[in-house]
Design a protein around this ligand. Sequence first.
Ligand code: GTP
Ligand code: MG
Length: 675
Amino acid sequence: MKFEAPRIRNFVAAGHSGTGKTSLCDLMLFKAKAVDRLGSVDSKTSVSDYTPDEQEKRSSIYAAYLTCAWRDQQFFFTDTPGYGEFVGEVISAFRASDAALIVLDGVQGIEFGTTRAWKFANDFKIPRFFFVNRLDREMADFFQVLEQLQEAYGKTVCIPLTIPVGKENSLSGVINILTEKNPPAEYKEMVEKYHTQLMDTAVESDEKLMERYLEGETLTEEEIARGLHDAIKAGSLVPVFAGSVAKDAGVEELMNGIFNLCQTPLERIRYSADGTEIKPSVDGDAAAFVFKSITDPFIGQMAFFRVLTGSFKSNSDVINLTSGSRERIGQLMILNGKNQIPIDEAVPGCICAVAKLKTTKTGDTIATSANCKAMNPMDFPNAVMAYAISAVKSGEEDKIMTGLHKLCENDPTLRVERDKETHQTLLKGMGDQHINNAVKRLKDLAKVEVNLSTPKIPYRETVTSHGEGHYRHKKQSGGHGQFAEVYLKVDPNEAGYEFVNAVVGGSIPKNFIPAVEKGVLEAMERGPLAGCLVEKMKITVYDGKFHDVDSSEMAFKIAARMAFRDAMAKAKPVLMEPIITARIMFPDTFTGDISGCLNHKRGRILGMEMDEGLQVITAEVPHAEMLKFATELRSITQGRGSFEMEFARYEVVTPMVANEIIAKFQAQNKEEEDL
Ligand SMILES: Nc1nc2c(ncn2[C@@H]2O[C@H](COP(=O)(O)OP(=O)(O)OP(=O)(O)O)[C@@H](O)[C@H]2O)c(=O)[nH]1
Ligand SMILES: [Mg+2]
């Protein structure tokens, strides 16, 4: 199989969950004869949703990379999951694509997933196509959706290229606005109107074409297509296609639209990490971006890359520009879901996979020459939800960690961290389903059983006033005794931990001072209120006593620890909790519910603004209140909200809440003692 870059079109199908992206992709493969039988999500035979988890859920979890020949072009396209928690898969797919095919539901119109896909196309600077699907459904109305699109994204921007014939169950096909010469009478006026709009757009950016058009000259099909192509590329036109995958209506017209109007991989200018312009060409040094790595029971271990410029050959040497190491590429493969098709050569626009690269990771650039430039890696959103993960059988901890690290390499929105304060291993992700799905994969991959639990919050303790403490450690046991006496004072210190030795006259000999500090530091690891880390304090040792024979480092450590506790108790200790800043995005009909929910969570709203049709609230909220927010937000907004959060600072906990936490800690301590 041999490809030519000018004859490749590369796009990503994106949009809200349930709009029919996977069904559309299956139908495109079937129409192009890339498969013998039409795959279906409902009967679990989809080429794209091929994992058992997706089949069970009847919804996509992973991006699937697909390819087919359409007329004399090769389409490389990706089916992405619409469900918000799997956004990491969508980001990688956008990075690998030259255009976005945004699929909508003919009844629902613009949904949260539509807005998100629109935004990604903006971020990745790629042109867009709309496909309004499921027009065979009751209440579906193409023209209502069109109006909605025009209102949101511009009246002169969203223009139909096809319109439906018939409605709902009696939908019988579509009319191609550009080519239909004799539409049924009731559509005639509409076809003319949109035809004029398309022609106006087509000639807009080309003065000569405009002149000829205005003089009444007939433009060739190629000229019109070129004008529309330029407008789509510039973003001044987003063509809207009508159809129904279920009725096989409008899909061929959509594929032909992509065939005629989508940019080629050679038109796409990119910039490397150092800002150098990369203009793709078919020959010269080759460079490719690794946008995904997988360890999959079906596919094995593979790296996926998108060729940016030049061509790569199977069984050749490449340089990893990001790490500087050399790699050997084995058999190059293109993909159709889980099916791998070997190829000899990959050209710009190809999405390829290779097995087992030694050091290459997601986000790296590989090239045939060190003269090529490395690209920036991808940005992924921060995790918004965490679970503490632990082994069911003791002794399996290492196996679990190895498996988790592998999963995180494959999915950059998944993170595993060891919390030094709470001593828990945390698995962080984009929501319940995302994390549960990761755990399922972990079980398959590492054959281990794990428990998930709500993570402990790393509270901290500090003091709010001056306090003095004293302890005399004296023990007589057989031979040597133990003796040490320490006087110290503590004060709040915003700058952090500070230890001062103010002992004069050798009441504590210099060589025991480090032991005193050690004792203090040990005491600070488990504060007196709830056993949390103590911080932001200045500790001054100013007096003590020692004994020539009985004093030891151990004795001073114990005396210092006890003196510290004494001082801290007198310095009005308080509990502090982590506060996060959250940015929550949702349709503004939910503003009241979200504000109420934040209020309930002891949150402070810092600002509200509209951004691309969505309400955005920025708020500071105690971390402890946000542990289940991903799930709560989903239920409040019916899946149409999303949020990001990051750590802001520690703040003193109000006494009422603090008492609850302290009581819980004491009960836990008692339980441990009783055991
Ligand atoms: N009536 C009707 N149903 C359709 C049409 N296209 C797809 N469906 C059905 O809609 C449901 C969802 O389709 P999918 O293709 O899985 O949707 P998706 O956009 O891939 O969804 P996610 O993977 O969750 O993002 C399935 O039951 C399809 O059979 C259509 O044109 N008309
Ligand atoms: Mg799908």
